[in-house]
Design a protein around this ligand. Structure first.
Ligand code: PAF
Length: 279
């Protein structure tokens, strides 16, 4: 396995590799969810590249950026064992020798859910993912469904900019108690970790209620009420959304596709999760 920290090294190595490339962009602090993406990329491509870069321009909260776990040594060992060929771990100066001035606007898709609560986040994601796509020129790029809105943003990016890349979205990987795996989970205290599966449990209840015929406002009210009774959590949003554009659904018809998306703070950690219906 190779570890490159400069664009020049990465480019010169990949120029000699005419094979298909599976690419897994990450911010490090890898968990089983990332490793499943790597293994899938390994099975479907001749070369596997993983980037590890905590992208400062997608954080709209300085504390969140400072607290983001950085574990390159451990990540390298996990990647090697999972069959990764190349790690690209640039510094912020390498990626952004000067602050980028161009901006992405993904339209209504970026004004809901994460986009509404993290202004500028998807511009930062759009910039870094486009840069990485240009540098790595992958055949396939692998993303996890936990970041559903990011997956749809990247799909838009690939379509609008005609990147010749197949987007692969893999299901969310969960702990045995249902908690969606996330690099941020390691910032939870033991007490918070024990409470965290509440998020997935409430999403499953909401899904069942919708399937049982409750209306969208009723399902939302039940979930909001459940969170109001859990003082450890501060619910940021819960939406029942269209799976194509993530715009909120006012009504739900049996059999219709829908995405139930939620973000909540638990102590100092912000967690997101989602559940899909009829997809
Ligand atoms: O999902 C992430 O880890 C990041 O948003 C990504 C795609 C690596 C871009 O920085």
């Amino acid at each position: 396995m190779h570890l490159f920290t400069t664009i020049a090294e990465l480019r010169s190595f990949l120029a000699q590799q005419p094979q298909s490339i599976g690419f897994v962009p990450t911010m490090g602090a890898l968990h089983e969810g990332h490793l499943q993406l790597i293994r899938k990329a390994r099975a479907e491509n001749e070369r596997v590249v993983c980037s590890i870069f905590v992208n400062p321009i997608q954080f709209n909260n300085a504390d969140d950026l400072a607290r983001y776990p950085r574990t390159l040594e451990q990540d390298s060992a996990l990647l090697e064992a999972a069959g990764c060929d190349v790690i690209f771990a640039p510094s912020a100066e390498e990626m952004y020798p000067s602050a980028p001035v161009m901006t992405f606007d993904f339209g209504p898709l970026e004004r809901v859910l994460e986009g509404a609560f993290r202004p500028g986040h998807f511009n930062g994601v759009g910039i870094v993912v486009s840069k990485l796509f240009h540098l790595v020129q992958p055949t396939r790029a692998y993303f996890g469904q936990k970041d559903l809105q990011q997956c749809l943003i990247v799909r838009r990016l690939i379509n609008d900019l005609s990147f010749p890349i197949e987007l692969i979205i893999a299901p969310t990987v969960r702990e045995a108690d249902g908690l969606a795996m996330s690099s941020r989970n390691r910032n939870l205290t033991d007490e918070e970790r024990a409470l965290a599966p509440f998020i997935q449990a409430e999403l499953q209840k909401a899904k069942a209620a919708l399937e049982a015929g409750l209306t969208v406002p009723q399902v939302k009210a039940e979930l909001l009420n459940a969170f109001a009774g859990q003082s450890a959590f501060s619910l940021e949003y819960f939406e029942i959304a269209d799976t194509e554009n993530l715009l909120p659904l006012e009504e739900y018809e049996a059999g219709q596709a829908a995405a139930l998306c939620l973000a909540a703070h638990l102590g100092k950690v912000r967690l997101i999760d989602n559940v899909l219906l009829n997809v």
